[in-house]
Design a protein around this ligand. Structure first.
Ligand SMILES: Cc1ncc(COP(=O)(O)O)c(C=O)c1O
Length: 387
């Protein structure tokens, strides 16, 4: 991410002396791989989310992979997943040898459509992956019932949903496995990183093994005075662990997670109020204030209506000329060449929405001047083009 004075990047992580000093502390401690800071970060995350088992790892993708592995999902099994997500939500299903079954999303909140999920459950279905798109929670009440009634696992892809609440509780306490990403642009970051949250003791034990070569618990401390050189490999696992350097950043980020979310909510309200004035051209994201629901505000995705003088792609170019970086979340997975060839399907809402979506900058250290310049630029582009 290039940060210059005259370009407003799509994202800018809020890294202050807090994170920097904590990283220096990790570097000076002599532990730079998985060590005490990882253990501390896991404990802090568990207490923040009010949950039992948190397994940190080196990406949200690894968290998803560990979830599927620990559930023994594999060849012959089907996993229901939206196409309106980042490709890794689907790639991991293939990594375990199972088959992805794509479902469509709701036109309003971009989360998976429950009736389409119902229609795609088969005797082979083992799990549903629900993506909390942009930080808005999927309907966990309906999904939990569906999963329970059909004896399926409910996996939450919560890459966008750190600090999102459903039914007054943070995402992290509802499904069987909840997978967070701490990538650079996410609600809290460790640069690269992620965490898997599970409540079941057996799943937690399995996931820990899969995430660290299949080596039995706590062997990370084998080079300390308390550790032992002996260890056992219980299954062929992966090397997915987080490092103390990453955990040092994460612990500092966690302390300001709610503060950053609150700032983003204010920016989102400002965007919504102002951009609603040009609703003939663009549509602001759906946000129904419901009791117990808290939006995580990872993304602010507007829709550039198709009947405009300017289409979505032209709009992105015009904003770039004004030195504003935008992005698109997401190119639907089923439209990528590999999936188009191997898992062809038609998802009308997803396809229709894809042509119109564009994500505006949304981060806690976006200044008032920057926010108002972004809104002013959008208005000028559309009002100018309509004349
Ligand atoms: C919805 C979704 N799922 C999973 C991931 C993967 O997370 P990571 O990049 O940490 O592997 C992302 C990352 O962008 C994402 O947006």
């Amino acid at each position: 991410m290039i940060i210059t004075n005259d370009f407003i990047p799509f994202h800018r992580a809020e890294i202050t002396s807090q994170e920097i000093n904590n990283v220096i502390d990790a570097l000076k401690s002599g532990w730079i791989s998985k060590g005490p800071k990882v253990v501390e970060f896991e404990e802090k995350l568990a207490s923040f989310l009010n949950t039992k088992h948190v397994i940190t790892c080196n990406s949200g993708t690894a968290a998803l992979h560990m979830a599927l592995l620990s559930m023994r999902i594999g060849p012959g099994d089907e996993v229901i997943v939206p196409s309106f997500t980042f490709c890794s939500s689907v790639n991991v299903i293939l990594h375990v040898g199972a088959t992805p079954v794509f479902v469509d999303i709701n036109e309003d909140n971009f989360c998976l459509n429950i009736s389409d999920v119902k229609s795609k459950i088969s005797a082979k279905t083992k799990a549903i992956i629900a993506v909390h798109f942009a930080g808005y929670p999927a309907d966990l009440k309906e999904l939990s019932c569906l999963a329970r009634d059909n004896e399926l696992y409910l996996i939450e892809d919560a890459a966008h949903a750190f600090t999102t609440k459903f039914n007054n509780q943070y995402i992290g306490t509802h499904g069987d496995a909840i997978c967070f990403s701490f990538y650079a642009t996410k609600n809290i970051t460790t640069g690269e990183g992620g965490a898997l949250v599970v409540s079941n003791d057996t799943l937690a034990e399995k996931a820990r093994l899969y995430g660290w070569h299949g080596i039995s618990k706590n062997a990370w401390n084998r080079y300390t005075s308390e550790g032992s050189w002996k260890y056992d490999v219980m299954l062929p696992g992966f090397k997915y662990n987080m490092t103390d350097i990453q955990a040092a950043i994460g612990s500092s980020q966690l302390e300001k997670a709610e503060m950053m979310r609150n700032k983003k909510e204010k920016i989102a309200s400002y965007y919504s109020e102002n951009l609603n004035e040009i609703s003939e051209f663009i549509k602001v994201p759906f946000y129904k204030k419901e009791v117990g629901l808290q939006h995580g505000w990872h993304l602010f995705v507007i829709r550039v209506k198709n009947n405009n003088f300017i289409n979505r792609d032209e709009f992105i170019e015009r904003m770039k000329e004004r030195k504003i970086g935008l992005s698109v979340h997401f190119i639907p997975v089923h439209l990528h060449p590999y999936y188009k060839t191997n898992f062809p399907t038609s998802l009308p809402v997803t396809e229709n929405i894809y042509d119109e979506i564009v994500s505006l900058p949304l981060y806690s250290n976006l200044t008032k001047e920057e926010t108002s310049y972004i809104v002013k630029s959008i208005k000028e582009i559309f009002m100018g083009a309509s004349r």
